[in-house]
Write a protein that binds this ligand. Sequence first.
Ligand SMILES: O=C(O)[C@@H](CO)OP(=O)(O)O
Length: 184
Amino acid sequence: MTSIIFVRHAHSTYTADERNRPLSAEGFQAALNVKNVLEAVRIDRFVSSPYLRAVQTIQVAANARGMEIEEIELFKERLLAGAPVDDFNYAIQKVWEDETFAWPGGESNQAAQARGAFALKQILNTYAGEQIVIGSHGNLIALIMNALESTYSYDFWKRLTMPDVYKLDFVGEQLDAVTRLWRE
Ligand SMILES: O=C(O)[C@@H](CO)OP(=O)(O)O
């Protein structure tokens, strides 16, 4: 059995600097609760999107265990568009309605899902038998889970909280069980 614990990052005040914007004060507070939630879980490895808000959300938990975080570019958020969009909700809805649609300079659901599913497969194969925390983002986590089970879709993405924590158990590459660990 291999387990992936996906952690959707905590609150970060929006700026166009996707890579470097940090958690807000509220987000840092929530990162402490992420550490508390993860205390009950055996963890062999911490992996993250390189975006600061994702790293910072699992940093407290990793520090508490004296463990490093391996940053993997493929777990970064889907690039919605090359430039900031006027209506974020509409822009997101549109890409979920048509998996091949992409805003100029952005990634389609299909493209982002393919890289996310590929990254997950690499983790499952390289670290088989381990329990691995992966810090990532709302859209990418929902897209990866959608590739495993189609009921995880736009509505699931909308319901995700900031932060959120889901444990996925695999037998080989086969999804066996999903448990939400985050309690609001
Ligand atoms: O940018 C953010 O802070 C939000 C946008 O909804 O989250 P994510 O990184 O999960 O897309």
